[in-house]
Design a protein around this ligand. Structure first.
Ligand code: 5AD
Ligand code: SF4
Length: 466
């Protein structure tokens, strides 16, 4: 369809309702927050638009973790400003909201640089979006980057059935937010605020609603999820393991995961849960960041590489087949060649199934950014390349070792090819196999036949299971 035809058709038939487009950047919690915002705005009458071009309201749910993340968002804001100018020239309004961690950290800067932005709202205040939009509707530009007293979860609507159906069988559920650890490279304690755990009853209620709508797998999320210490249903404090035991009793739940954890909060009962709780997937994302004790200390991680290895030993004793993944930062200030080699040695010693690795990015306001011994860009790049090669070799080896095994696959969607479906193994590998769309939502035994570079290929063993 030509642009002209489209314009004429739209002019003939004005849009029935307002439409929103929410673009999320960064971590899984942003994905979750975007869904909650979408449910909230749906109650205000907003339908979903396929793109910013098609929307009356665009929300950028932003990330501030590394400089690249912030740059991407400022460039997208430039594009949206032009779109807004073009739209207002035709008498059509477009509202722009910047939410998330960049909004929290640089709200004033965003307002200064981007006059097209109507509302800036931090991650702890997005439940106030309807009110903020109404204020912005009267011509004001609004910045809301407080850490309000109230718990935003108490003000958000329950997930709607239509939304969950669209979103599939695997859902994120925030159980903990914020962080008190203050690793010296990290902005999270400043953008997400102090650590906070939701009460067990609130989590159970949200889980029930999701399961009733067809969700089969829950990933409990939090910046420091294993520090979870929410109020229990009996009034006592519950640990993450306690919360998971409770959730595992809910009918319809096939699988539980949790992320992201700090090594120092890997409590004995959580390790035990990996042995004793059948619903808990044998997968653990446990960032170590570095294998050098000097760098771990400078990062304020408060553990050594030997502590980490000992912990991995305990976890593997509880669940020998567990797949482990981690985050790594190369080029933290002061990192010597020997420090970097210590990271490589730790990776060799553990054997990870998957990992994320980054060049250190100085973040304004964090202690790491103040240091005078920053590492040159080319050194960071060389180290990152070497580390990523090693991690990739380990990932491929882990995938190849699954060939010939039969794994329980939770079927999530139709495959890319006709007649195929796709899902995840317990170890969080993507797998596809021949099967019809009626299998979506079921946990099925699949024999792994081959390992490609990004996914496994398998064959359904039997249809009786689950
Ligand atoms: N530079 C590079 N990587 C970072 N991360 C957090 N802060 C920074 C930073 N300043 C990485 C850590 C963390 C992951 C979410 O992002 O590895 O675990
Ligand atoms: Fe950031 Fe994680 Fe450290 Fe908290 S524990 S400061 S979220 S890296």
């Amino acid at each position: 369809m030509s642009g002209e035809t489209k314009t004429r058709r739209e002019a003939d038939a004005p849009r029935a309702g307002r439409r929103m487009f929410i673009q999320s950047y960064g971590c899984q919690m942003n994905v979750y927050d975007a869904r909650r915002m979408s449910d909230l705005l749906a109650l205000q009458g907003y339908g979903e638009a396929a793109s910013a071009e098609d929307a009356d309201l665009v929300v950028l749910n932003t990330c501030h973790i590394r400089e690249r993340a912030s740059e991407k968002i400022f460039s997208e804001l430039g594009r949206l400003r032009e779109l807004k100018a073009a739209r207002s020239a035709s008498g059509d309004a477009l509202k722009i909201v910047v939410a998330g961690c960049l909004a929290q950290a640089e709200g004033a800067e965003i307002q200064r640089r981007q006059s097209a932005v109507d509302v800036v709202v931090g991650p702890q205040s997005y439940h106030r979006l309807p009110e903020l939009l109404a204020r912005a509707g009267n011509g004001a530009r609004v910045v809301e980057a407080e850490f309000p007293e109230e718990d935003k979860f108490g003000f958000l609507p329950a997930p709607t059935e239509a939304a969950t159906r669209r979103r599939g069988v695997s859902a994120f559920l925030t159980v903990q937010e914020g962080c008190d650890k203050f690793c010296s490279f990290c902005v999270v304690p400043y953008t997400r605020g102090a650590e906070f755990s939701r009460p067990v009853a609130a989590v159970v209620e949200e889980a029930r609603a999701l399961l009733a709508q067809g969700v089969r797998e829950l990933t409990l999320i939090g910046q420091n999820v294993n520090a979870y210490h929410g109020a229990g249903e009996d009034g006592a404090q519950a640990s993450l393991a306690g919360l998971m035991e409770r959730l595992a009793r809910l009918p319809g739940l096939a699988r539980l995961r949790y992320t992201t954890s700090h090594p120092n909060d890997m409590a004995a009962d959580l390790i035990e849960a990996h042995r004793a709780l059948p619903a808990l997937a044998p997968y653990l994302h446990l960032p170590v960041q570095s294998g050098s004790d000097a760098i771990l200390k400078a990062m304020n991680r408060r553990h050594t590489s030997a502590d980490y290895l000992a912990l991995i030993g305990e976890i593997r004793a509880a669940r020998p087949d567990i797949a482990l993944s981690s985050d790594f930062i190369v080029g933290f200030p002061g990192e010597s060649e020997a420090d970097f080699e210590a990271t490589m040695a730790l990776v060799e010693a553990v054997g990870f199934s998957a990992s994320f690795s980054f060049k250190y990015s100085p973040r304004p306001g964090t202690p790491g950014a103040e240091r005078s011994d920053q590492i040159p860009e080319e050194v960071k790049s060389r180290r990152l390349l070497a580390l990523q090669e090693l991690l990739e070799r380990q990932r491929q080896a882990f995938n190849r070792a699954c060939v010939g095994r039969t794994l329980d696959v939770l079927v999530e969607k139709r495959g890319r090819h006709e007649g195929q479906v796709g899902g995840k193994t317990p170890y969080l590998q993507a797998v596809h196999f021949e099967g019809g769309p009626e299998l979506v939502g079921r946990m099925l035994p699949v024999e792994i036949l081959s390992a490609g570079s990004n996914s496994l290929h398998g064959r359904l063993k039997a249809r009786e299971a689950a």
